[in-house]
Design a protein around this ligand. Structure first.
Ligand SMILES: NC(=O)c1ccc[n+]([C@@H]2O[C@H](COP(=O)([O-])OP(=O)(O)OC[C@H]3O[C@@H](n4cnc5c(N)ncnc54)[C@H](O)[C@@H]3O)[C@@H](O)[C@H]2O)c1
Length: 357
């Protein structure tokens, strides 16, 4: 075996500065094996810690044995989105109440596991430090960066939550090997979105196709993380420049809700709809829009709304039904030229309808 494959690719690091609540981000292969060393070096005084693991991830990636002098208050989370409930939240809060305020909790899994465990960490004793160990592309590129935590409510997704950034993120790209291909591909939509917003160089890399090696994943994810990290630093509470991260999401959210598409698939289609609007407004050329379509298709992502997908439920989810009557404008993130985006707040219902026609 060559030295490179024994040692694995070099881990990369980033940091999101957020005053008292900064996040160190470490991305590499095989980091999970060194989880307890990372916990110990960060929290040498801790006698206990909390642990929340997506049960499916736990079955695929067993953790090494914790140190004998660290009591682990562990909770297995229902798989995926099913974990983002108030019931699971209170189970975590109950389990972690014995922790001191300087003892951390660790969340392992996709964005759902991170969202609920991060929210629980934020509320126990007014905020325990937490370590995010994302195991999906979405969670590495997006959910672990920026400090948003949440659970769902009967009335909608992510309606209950707070900002509570993790102290440390350990993104182990080796865990992506067990992720369903569809999940991996959908996650690349968020990476592409970040590239389109912030880095022409990353767009070029993605044009060569989806990452195929741990080193390639580390490179691509680290670049996407850096783009989001800089936006979060500039706008921690999501009132300003951070809004560009909603590229593809206005239409994407409505498609996700009504057609049951994966989030990333819906965002990819949403990015093409936004590009059509941008094209009609003269913000990009037909060639530039075609390039984005080729890029997304090249990554295995969809770009067209599935046949029959634009019924009344979709219009209601987008608010098209009400806003068409009220004449209210829509906020959209539109692509500009060959890379870069712009937030506009005056998109008319008729423009969206034309883009979807
Ligand atoms: N807080 C934020 O800023 C933010 C950003 C983006 C998304 N989110 C949230 O994240 C959630 C979506 O996250 P997600 O796409 O990671 O999905 P997820 O957490 O629902 O996980 C998707 C599926 O993948 C499985 N899985 C996870 N890691 C695996 C692995 N390594 N191998 C095999 N299977 C694995 C899970 O068990 C689940 O079945 C949504 O709830 C969304 O609202 C939050």
């Amino acid at each position: 075996m060559a030295m490179g494959s024994i040692l694995g690719p070099e881990p990369r690091t980033d940091r999101v500065e957020g005053g008292a609540r900064s996040t160190d981000i470490r991305i590499g292969a095989d980091l999970l094996r060194h989880l307890w060393a990372a916990v110990r070096s960060r929290f040498p005084e801790a006698a206990a810690c909390g642990l929340a693991v997506d049960e499916h991830v736990a079955s695929l990636h067993p953790l090494p044995r914790p140190p004998a002098d660290l009591e682990v208050l562990a909770v297995r989370l229902p798989r995926g989105e099913a974990a983002k409930t108030r019931t699971v939240l209170s189970t975590l809060q109950d389990a972690w109440l014995p922790l001191r305020r300087d003892e951390p909790v660790i969340a392992i899994g996709g964005g759902a596991a991170l969202d609920v465990a991060g929210f629980a960490a934020a509320t126990v004793r007014r905020g325990l430090p937490w370590i995010a160990v994302p195991t999906t592309v979405v969670a590495m590129a997006d959910a672990s960066v920026g400090g948003k935590t949440a659970v769902n409510h009967e009335r909608g997704k992510n309606l209950l939550g707070t900002f509570h950034p993790p102290t440390l993120v350990l993104s182990d790209v080796a865990t992506l090997a067990t992720l369903e291909v569809g999940e991996r591909v959908a996650g690349l939509a968020e990476v592409y979105k970040a590239a389109r917003i912030g880095e022409a160089g990353l767009l070029e890399v993605l044009r060569a196709g989806a990452p195929a090696t741990p080193a390639a994943w580390i490179d691509v994810l680290q670049r996407a993380i850096a783009i989001k990290a800089r936006l979060v630093e500039a706008d921690e509470r999501d009132h300003g420049v951070r809004r560009v991260l909603n590229y593809g999401h206005t239409v994407g959210h409505a498609l996700e809700r009504t057609l049951g598409l994966r989030h990333g698939e819906a965002v990819a289609i949403g990015m093409d709809v936004a590009a059509r609007i941008a094209l009609a407004r003269g913000l990009m050329t037909a060639g530039e829009r075609d390039q984005q379509r080729r890029d997304l298709l090249g990554l295995g992502l969809p770009v067209d709304v599935p046949a029959g997908g634009l019924g009344p439920a979709f219009e209601a989810a987008l608010g098209l039904d009400k806003k068409r009557i009220a004449g209210t404008d829509f906020v959209f993130v539109l692509p500009v030229g060959s890379h870069g985006v712009r937030v506009v707040d005056d998109v008319q219902a008729a423009e969206i309808a034309a883009a979807l026609a």
